[in-house]
Ligand binder design. Sequence first.
Ligand SMILES: [Zn+2]
Length: 502
Amino acid sequence: MVAWVTATVPGMAKADLAIRDVVIHDGSGGPPAEGDVEVRDGRISSVGSAGAASVDLDGAGRVLCPGFVDVHTHDDGALVRDPGLGFKVAQGVTSVVIGNCGFSAVPVVPGEATGGALDFRGGWGDLAGYGATVEGGGPAVNFISQVGHNTLRQAAMGLEKRPPTSAELATMRGWVFEAMEQGAVGLSTGLMYQPGRWAATEEIVELARAAASHDGLYNTHLRNEGDRLLEAVDEALLIGRESGCPVHLSHHKAAGQANWGKVVDSLAKVDEANGTGADVTLDVYPYVAGSGPMYQYFDLERVDVGLAEVIRIASCLAFPELEGRMLTDVAAERDVGLAAVVREVLTHPLGKQTICIQFLMREEDVETNLGHPLVMVGSDGIPDVRGQPHPRLFGTFPRVLGHYVRDREVLPLGEAVRRMTSLSCDRFGLAGRGRVAEGDWADLVVFDPRMVRDLATWDDPRLEPAGVALVLVNGQVAYRDGEHTGVGAGRALRFRELGPQG
Ligand SMILES: [Zn+2]
């Protein structure tokens, strides 16, 4: 595609390469510098000028920056099943944060699937076992884990709509301690989902304290992202204050037309809290629709028709013919009500596995989020690639660079790079990563700033982005000019630990 490799010799996968005459955005958000970057033994060995290297790449006209960190993923199962993670690597992503929205790979109850959005059976007993399993499969990217409250609660007490007993709470706390000792970032919740929605604030405070004892993070999919968004932000801030955890708000948004614009108020709350001693950050995905397991959004006794009106089916094992279609079109075609269509899908034996896309947000709010200095980028992609998945799985990072930086000028390139690299690494404890600095791990991406853009659309979501020329993970070439090398150099990262030879 791009003939810019000037010299190659065999043995490249063993490292030692130089990228010359490239514009370096180092992740700090400061002005770029032009020069060379040299990589040796998995690390950045020189920035500015480079000596002789066994592989020499001409970076003229391109930007080099730290590899992107997808801070909000649901790749816990994909890392086991599909370690190539082509949809991430092609975007320049070199590390992913897993265990979001309260759903994680641990704890695992032997013989049982982990609950909710993940729903896979693990052969591991704990987080260390999960990490070893994934590393053994040669993942394309690095990963770092959170422990999820929904998974904890389901493992401890099933889908009971009641407070935990003190013994159940102690069991959950024990799992949080264990995960933290094994390198977890912190506790995540998904208080909009089952079974997390049945937990009172105090239950979360107790579990967050266990994370706080290891300086961990409290990361939350808020209890409400629409009519009660601001109250839900208050709850998250309270949990942070009571537990001692720093707080991270996942996929910040205002859902539903009546709530559009509220992100201004919730960001003001965050700024106010930070101004009075709290430590709060956020992330956003650059799209106006969300996506998730459809059963989580509906009460079949009282189907929310307003929500059904903005839903498109992504994947549906029960009725594959509905994939890619708006529920309103299906209802009109069959001359039935929307509620009937929702019930038909969700009461089918395979109905719970339906993934839907909800067009609930507005563009202006996405731009407000991206304009805030504490907002990172997380795709929230669901790696179920059947049917017509949400394009965020394939396009998030190039979409920020192409649409929001270059076309819309919502934020400068260097600042976007900072929010997708160093800010994310500092917050989620990816030590020695997120900056183009001598001695740091060589997680790097090279792209053409005039060409980079997402190509994935609602109707054609699987298209890889344009303009990403090179992706290095731990100094190894994971992707070059549209080709996935399959090298599998990703590692299991532990919170704030430098790793081997660190
Ligand atoms: Zn979520």
